[in-house]
Ligand binder design. Structure first.
Ligand code: PLP
Length: 416
């Protein structure tokens, strides 16, 4: 099927949840995706931070191939070797003690919220004073299912689905006084993304993160760090919280964990893990043999290829180039981010939209989030030449203020 056929078939057959960019891909290699005509696109988004090793990585192919000849699924009624092997790696790299596996980011976040409520109930049964309130941050994004969307700030994502989970309150981003005023022993969890992704690539301040850790430790409530986008090496450390020297009680991992195969994980302390006993939570597909084998291959490849150092190095080169670009173009208000999780904040949404469209014309894939922010989440296998190509294209687009005729996507941003 050609793009136009796919589009019209989808328009009739699918529930209308997506506003897709009119491109269809049939293959990929390394940093590039190929459309049906064999045209290559430089991918600076990696399927929203998922394809960490780029496309067609031999380690992922080998893991899928080998595991597909053994076992794909057995359910969580029985044992297979993958979950313990993967948990051993994840506990080592996160500094936490225990793991639970599921299939997507929002599922991991739901499990973390359930863990927090259940842990508070356990502590109450042990005589501690701990309530059921959950604090989350303004501009947060934690997913689309009912619990996750209840802790997600954007009204557009929340309002159509009310009533949502009761007991959730939002704290102003980086506002310690607001956090302190809303915090009490009524709170069972403080939730944050160490670097907000959908919210516009915003790292929380050291002071705010430390205040959240201090307050939750005082009452014994849980500090939950959502590392679904920022984790697994994206920022140059395994988890973004490691840049802050703070260990949360619970963290969630997903997007890059399976290199494109769906898998997610909740990691927590032994203390918090007491909140779940057999039967309280579970999943049919979660932590299956295939997904575990691939996630193990992803982690081993990141280690063997010294990828964290590469992310730090290419990330700092990328930031330097973006800062220089910002020095040449007043339309750029701010450059933010860590490692290979970067955002270019423009003074107006219209400019960000125009630049996103023009980058697509130049066959470079990126994404606009939070209206004014262009988001870069490239595969970790990125090299300087890809950064140079991206910067040069941005420079051209910003220097050429004249509106370009025959835009590939007239009047529409590249959205995921
Ligand atoms: C993407 C994302 C989620 C949701 O993950 P899904 O796999 O889409 O359910 C949750 N939290 C953060 C920080 C994310 O970036």
């Amino acid at each position: 099927m050609k793009l136009e056929e796919i589009r019209s078939a989808e328009a009739e057959l699918l529930i209308g949840t997506y506003d897709r960019t009119p491109l269809a891909f049939v293959g990929g290699q390394g940093m590039h995706l190929f459309d049906e005509n064999g045209t290559a696109y430089l991918d600076m988004l990696s399927g929203i931070g998922v394809c960490a090793l780029g496309y067609n990585h031999p380690a992922i192919q080998a893991a899928i191939d080998a595991q597909s000849r053994k076992l794909l699924h057995i359910s969580n009624l029985f044992f297979h070797e993958g979950q313990a092997e993967l948990a051993a790696r994840l506990t080592e790299i996160t500094g936490l003690d225990r793991a639970f596996f599921c299939n997507s980011g929002t599922e991991a976040w739901e499990a973390a919220l359930k863990l927090a409520r259940s842990y508070a109930a356990l502590r109450r049964s042990e005589g501690r004073d701990l309530g059921t309130k959950i604090l989350a941050l303004e501009h947060s994004f934690h997913g689309r299912t009912m619990g996750s969307v209840s802790t997600t700030h954007k009204p557009k994502y929340r309002e159509p689905f009310q009533p949502l989970l009761p007991g959730v309150e939002f704290v102003r981003f980086d506002d310690i006084a607001d956090l302190e005023s809303k915090f009490s022993s009524e709170v069972c969890a403080v939730c944050l993304e160490p670097v907000q992704g959908e919210g516009g690539i915003r790292p929380v301040s050291r002071e705010f993160f430390a205040a959240a850790r201090r307050l939750t430790s005082q009452t014994g409530s849980l500090l939950i760090a959502d590392e679904i986008q920022s984790g697994m090496g994206r920022t140059g450390e395994w988890c973004a919280y490691q840049h802050y020297g703070i260990l949360p009680d619970v963290t969630t991992l997903a997007k890059p964990l399976g290199g494109g195969i769906p898998i997610a994980a909740v990691l927590c302390t032994s203390e918090a893990a007491r909140a779940f006993s057999p039967g309280m939570h579970g999943t049919t597909f979660g932590g299956g043999p295939l997904a575990c084998a691939v996630a193990i291959a992803v982690i081993d490849t990141l280690r063997n290829e010294k990828m964290l150092a590469h992310i730090k190095e290419t990330g700092s080169y990328f930031v330097d180039q973006l800062m220089r670009l910002a020095g040449r173009h007043d339309e750029i208000a701010e450059v933010r981010g860590m490692g290979l999780m970067l955002g270019l904040d423009f003074s107006h949404a219209e400019i960000a939209k125009h630049v996103a469209n023009q980058m697509l014309e130049r066959r470079i894939l990126l994404n606009r989030t939070s209206e004014t922010v262009l988001r870069f989440l490239p595969p970790y296998v990125i090299e300087r030449e890809h950064i140079d190509q991206t910067i040069q294209a941005l420079d051209e687009v910003l220097s050429d203020s004249a509106p370009v005729a025959g835009s590939l996507v007239p009047g529409q941003g590249a959205r995921a």
